[in-house]
Ligand binder design. Sequence first.
Ligand code: ATP
Ligand code: MG
Length: 390
Amino acid sequence: MERIILARCGELMLKGLNRSFFEKKLVKNINNAIRHLGDATVTKKQGRVYIEPLNDNFKFDQALKAVSKVFGIVSISPVAKVNCDFDTISEKAVEMVKDIVNRHGYKTFKVETRRADKSFPMKSPEVSGKLGAVILENIPSLSVDVNSPSFTFFVEIREWAYIFTQIVPANGGLPVGTNGKATLLLSGGIDSPVAGWMMAKRGVELEAVHFYSFPYTSERSKEKVIDLARILSEYSGPIKLHIVPFTDIQTEINEKCPQNELTIIMRRIMMEIAERISQNNNSLALITGESMGQVASQTIQALSVTNAAVSMPVFRPLIGMDKDDVVKIARKIETFETSILPYEDCCTVFVAKHPKTRPELMHIERSEKKLDVETMIINSINDTEVITLK
Ligand code: ATP
Ligand code: MG
C-alpha cells in the first residue's frame, strides 16, 4: 500500500491544443511547491496529477497543504493506492474506515465506485455493494445511508485501485506562468496581497515592489511586507520583491508640492517606478489593491490621473469588491493576520487633511514640474534592495 496525493485539474482540461503546455506548467509548479518536503514523483494522467512519495521521509501532511495552494487544481484527496483486486481493496478499506470512525465517531456511510478500467471483473455497483457489506460486517457500529451519509468511501479502479474518503476543494484557477508576469505594488495593507493572489490565480507570475520610508516606517514594517510576499509565494511560486527607498521622494514632494496633491503625486511616482522595474524584469503589467471609492485616491478622477503616469496596463482586481469580501479572501489565504499588524505604511507618513478627490491631470503635471522626477526615480531604483521569496 502506498499513501499518495491525488490532485484534480480544472479549467486547464478545456484548453485544447494548449493543454500540454498548461499541464507541464502545473506539474512543474507542484514539483516546486513540494521540493523542500522530500522526494516524490509527480505525474499527470487524464486530468489528474498523482504525487507519490518515494520514501517515508516525505512530509505528507505538509505536502497536502502545499499542493492545495497550487493554482490549476480544483480538489485534492489523500489516497491509498493498492493492487487492483477485490480482497486487497476490502482489507485496506476496513483498516481506513476503522481509523476514521475512531477519530470522528461517524455512524453512516456509503460506497461510491468508479471503474475506469473496464477489464476489472466486477461492475461499479457490484463493487460498491460487496465492499459496503464487508465494511458493515467488520464495523458493526456503522450503517449505510445513501442519501446523507456521514462519509463516503470512494473507490476508483484504474491500473491501480485508488481509495479515499476525503475530497478537499482547492482554489482552481490556472497554473502560474501560463499568463506572463505582472508587478504587484505590495503595501503592508489588507488589499494588495489579495489583489496579487487573484492575478496569480489566473496564471500570472508575480514580481513585487514595496515602497519603504525608513525611518518613518520601521524595520518591522518591512519585515511584515516580506512575510506577506512569502505567504503569497506559497500560491504563486517564487516572487522577487523590490524594496524601494521612498523617504527622499516623499520629503521632496512634501516640500515642493501643494498639500492636497501629495498623495496623488506620490502614487503617480510609485507607478512610474514600478513600471521602470517591470521593464527591467520582463514584467508586462502592474497590479494594485485599489477598489472604487475606498479612499480619496480611489475616485475615478484620481485613478485616471494615477494611471496617466504609466503606459503599461494596470490591473485592479479588487475594483468592484467590498472591503468585507476582500477581508474574507485575506483570511482564507492567510495574509489577514499579518496585514493587520499595526506597523505604519509609507502612505500614512505625509498625509494631507483634505486630499483632492477630483484632481486634474493638467494641475498635477504642473506641480510635478517643480520636482526632478527622473533623478528621483533613478536614485531610488539604484538603492533598491531585492529579495527573492520562494
Ligand atoms: P492596501 O490595503 O493594499 O494598502 P489601501 O486600501 O490601503 O490598500 P492605499 O494605501 O491607497 O489603499 O494604496 C492603494 C494601492 O497602492 C495598494 O493596494 C497598493 O497596491 C499600492 N501601495 C500603497 N502603498 C504602497 C507601498 N508602500 N508600497 C507598494 N505599494 C503600495
Ligand atoms: Mg494601504
